[in-house]
Design a protein around this ligand. Sequence first.
Ligand code: SF4
Ligand code: SF4
Length: 64
Amino acid sequence: MPRKVRILVNEDKCYLCGGCAGVCPALAIRVGSKWEFSGDKCISCMICVKACPVGALTAEEVSG
Ligand code: SF4
Ligand code: SF4
């Protein structure tokens, strides 16, 4: 069973390019004037973490 993760953004690195939102298959990230994550939509695939060009995203495991 896949682990459930929460995606966290480092706002000092993120320059709001929207790349992570563009590759997320679950539409769990929105990038406008700020970066927003919807944990209820996220399927914990980690694609966004790998896609960010500046390494601004990290995944934190959530229990339950
Ligand atoms: S882990 Fe996958 S589903 Fe969750 S926000 Fe990142 S790309 Fe989207
Ligand atoms: S891909 Fe990285 S820099 Fe671009 S919006 Fe997402 S977190 Fe920010």
